[in-house]
Design a protein around this ligand. Sequence first.
Ligand SMILES: Nc1nc2c(ncn2[C@@H]2O[C@H](COP(=O)(O)OP(=O)(O)OP(=O)(O)O)[C@@H](O)[C@H]2O)c(=O)[nH]1
Length: 457
Amino acid sequence: MAATISMEIATATFRTLDILHTSAARRQPNLRFLKRSKSVNLPTSQITLKYFSSSCGLLFKSNQYASRRFRLFTTTATATDQDSSDVLTKIPPDNRIPATIITGFLGSGKTTLLNHILTADHGKRIAVIENEYGEVDIDGSLVAAKTAVAEDIVMLNNGCLCCTVRGDLVRMIAELVETKKGRFDHIVIETTGLANPAPIIQTFYAEEEIFNNVKLDGVVTLVDAKHATIHLDEIKPKGVVNEAIEQIAYADRIIVNKTDLVGESDIASLTKRIRIINTMANLKRTEYGKVDLDYVLGIGGFDLERIESAVDAEGSKEDHASHKHDHDHDHDHHDHDHREGDCGHEHHDDHHSHDHTHDPGVSSMSIVCEGTLDLEKANMWLGTLLTEQSEDIYRMKGLLAVDGMDERFVFQGVHDIFQGSPDRPWEKDEPRVNKVVFIGKNLDKEEIEKGFRACLI
Ligand SMILES: Nc1nc2c(ncn2[C@@H]2O[C@H](COP(=O)(O)OP(=O)(O)OP(=O)(O)O)[C@@H](O)[C@H]2O)c(=O)[nH]1
């Protein structure tokens, strides 16, 4: 049964889907991440959201995944008429309230950035959620003292957002929406320095009440130019995450702050190190968190229509305006020759790094490849990858050329959350270049690339 929701109210809900269905019929490889499209002209007012709920199953060799579940979100628009299940059109508009997560290790400059945001002249009314670990809300008072523009500053003091106070975050956002909707334009959440962003990100998808009203705009990660390397190098006991690495891995925007305290070569090697972990994020160097506001607000880091800029070569993603020196490390791997079936790829791992000896286990990889993907094979590849490795795949974004699909297929995911949709049609003579980026732990890069390549026609 498909859930259909009117776009006029610009909301969406989610379904948790069992991956493995036991009936014989459902053991078919029919997980439809991607669907063939028929062209159709629809007035926007008729566009509805629809979930691929009737066809979710995967062909597995064994039933070891029987208990695994993952969440599939689509923003696929369909016609409201009878035979609409295969009709895909454009990505619908999204009017939910944007929320930005500011994260970064202890003392990296989160509150300083927040103050900069709140005191800058941008005309936005911002609701702030501050998470302090401990009884005293020092950051809250600092922020409150500096600003009159924050519509609301809410403190969460009794634990860390990513673990003990997740429920509080949900309640807090729900309350803000219920009581103050229309009185603020943006929510900014400052996490504690020890927060792992993953569970906070997942809250925006897992909690229906939040998902319906608030959309995650982006994760902004502050990195302390002076002390970050020590934290990145720290080896944690087995099973314990290195928060400094996680915070970089999930970022849409990275701010290397406190650059006044170190020399150029330190910044350059830190930047290199960050790029090994996360190739997708934009990166800027700052003192006292002074960035243009549109660098941190209105990012669209989880928006399907902005996938292209995220999967494009990261050489364009560092702010060159103020730093014209020594950024060759961001350019030297992107001479991709897009011959049919010949994938250019990036393995951002320790083989490329000369600055550290520890393998943090978190890295990025990208595949850039011209060619057309077989629909069934691509569905199977993506579905299997998500099912088997979603714990290790922190974030992924992609833009695909699929056989029989007139539009580019864009997708993004965070662990077991997947969102995908066709976006604009391919131009007549446009090369069909697929671009996929993964950030994750223990990525078997050769295997992933091999799997991808096997889907090409
Ligand atoms: N020298 C220098 N100091 C900075 C810069 N940015 C922030 N600071 C100072 O660093 C200290 C920590 O900054 P905060 O903004 O409180 O850092 P935070 O990440 O919010 O810290 P926690 O909440 O403890 O995790 C403050 O004394 C800031 O004034 C910078 O670019 N250069």
